[in-house]
Write a protein that binds this ligand. Structure first.
Ligand SMILES: *Cc1c(COP(=O)(O)O)cnc(C)c1O
Length: 454
């Protein structure tokens, strides 16, 4: 039989695009995902039929199987890295309340309107009120896109053309090559560096403060630790120098956290005399990405009325999530931080014995988790993990429900501290779906630089 005849024959039997698109499953998918994604899946399926990889009458089924899960490229993953705030995984996981608030705010919403009077209201007034309620010493508040934006706005509005006094021990890189000193200088402010890497005293600051000083900036070294012969000036001492003191606390703790005694919090710093505190919303606060500014009314007004504030303003979804984070139940971040080692161990053992019963090479092991996201450097959170063969790392990451673990001593560890208890079954299902031994590239393992960014 002539090979060409067979090929032509198969090609003729491949259904036309519009015929495949008439499949009810693909009509439904087009409404959910957009017609572009559906057509691309159909074309791919037709290609496979043309290449002889599938039968011509399997094109519709294959197209359905090839459809993306969501219209967007971002996939939900299970964070089994043991890093609670993983920058590469989007830092804080929003609470159910915050997710609901985001969905509700997605349509038209009263973000800048007082529904009672029908007149314009301050944008995000409810979220700002919630913030001030949680931080009583902050007379006023403002929200921008992220922690870096908060600093840029403060420097621009208060210090452009003037000096920011900062310790050499606090000139930090926050991650991905971005450095706070560069960020501050980009606003037109000048940095007046004082002290040394390990030691800076109040006298060092006092010696340079003058008419050119806009403010003293204290930056929390949130992603590294300097130990040994060290010294830093406290907020209270600096406040006595007579110029505004801006404190970048980084992590967004609003009040002291019993498990993280070295993490600064907004309320304590303001009470100690800080004029302004800046922080991120998606670190220890456990909310959406945003930058918080809290402090003296006049300074907050100056900052929030600056033209740049308009360019850094947050959207309604962020404000909705922030308010629900502030007023709602405990965040997943708080739950993960507070989880007791015994409870984690119990979950790991239960999962391991169920999976081992299915013939999987798995055991429950002790593990060391961390806060991550540029918070609480050096703090180890005792945890528990499932230990699996190394090849699971890549297979789990690329599976239908992506799970990101970490590689340790030739094993793939799935640390449970940052995994919501409700996700245990999905995690087990993902492990089961990996199946028997297969050749995978161990170099393509878990994310290896978990807490790289601050
Ligand atoms: C994380 C961090 C920043 C940057 O905040 P983003 O929200 O990531 O922009 C700035 N300063 C400190 C001390 C931080 O920890």
């Amino acid at each position: 039989m002539d090979q060409r005849v067979t090929t032509t024959d198969v090609r003729r039997r491949i259904p036309r695009t519009d015929a495949v698109l008439g499949d009810p499953r693909l009509i439904e998918a087009a409404q959910r995902l957009g017609s572009g994604a559906v057509k691309a899946a159909v074309r791919q399926a037709q290609e496979r039929a043309r290449a002889g990889a599938i039968a011509p009458d399997g094109v519709a089924d294959t197209a359905v199987a090839l459809l993306p899960r969501t219209a967007g490229g971002l996939r939900p993953v299970i964070n089994a890295t043991g890093v609670v705030l993983h920058t590469n995984l989007g830092r804080a996981s929003l609470s159910a309340a915050a997710r609901r608030a985001v969905r509700e705010a997605a349509g038209p919403t009263d973000i800048e309107l007082d529904l009672r009077t029908g007149v314009r209201a301050r944008r995000g007034h409810a979220a700002l009120a919630a913030l001030r309620e949680r931080v009583p010493s902050g007379a006023a508040a403002h929200v921008v896109n992220n922690g870096a934006a908060a600093l840029v706005l403060v420097a621009t509005a208060i210090a452009a053309g003037k000096e920011i006094v900062i310790s050499r021990g606090e000139m930090v890189e926050i991650g991905d090559g971005f450095r706070l000193p560069d960020l501050l200088v980009s606003t037109g402010a000048r940095l007046r560096e004082v002290g040394t890497t390990n030691r800076t005293s109040v006298a060092d600051y006092a010696a340079v403060i003058g008419p050119e000083t806009a403010f003293v900036l204290k930056v929390h070294p949130s992603n590294f630790r300097v130990t040994g012969f060290t010294r830093a000036a406290g907020t209270g001492e600096l406040a006595a120098l007579g110029v505004p003191v801006v404190v970048d606390i980084g992590s967004g703790l609003l009040a002291p956290h019993p498990l993280l005694p070295d993490e600064p919090d907004a309320e304590t710093r303001l009470r100690a005399g800080a004029s302004l505190v800046t922080a991120s919303g998606d670190k220890l606060l456990g909310g959406p990405q945003c930058g918080l500014l809290l402090g003296q009314e006049e300074l907050v007004r100056t900052v929030s009325r600056h033209p740049l504030a308009r360019a850094l303003r947050v959207d309604k979804l962020t404000l909705a999530a922030l308010e629900a984070t502030l007023t709602g139940p405990e965040t997943p971040t708080a739950v993960a931080l507070a989880a007791g080692p015994a409870g984690l161990r119990h979950r790991a053992e239960r999962l391991a014995s169920a999976l081992a019963a299915d013939g999987i090479d798995v055991r429950a092991v002790e593990s060391a988790a961390s806060v991550g996201g540029g918070g609480a450097p050096g703090v180890t959170l005792p945890s528990a993990a499932l230990s699996l063969p190394e090849r699971y790392a890549a297979a789990l990451r690329t599976g239908p429900v992506p799970v990101v673990g970490r590689l340790e001593a030739g094993r793939c560890l799935l640390d449970l501290r940052a995994v919501a208890r409700e996700d245990d079954e999905r995690l087990a299902e993902a492990v089961r779906s990996v199946g028997g031994p297969a050749a995978t590239d161990p170099a393509a393992g878990a994310v290896t630089d978990p807490a790289a960014e601050g």
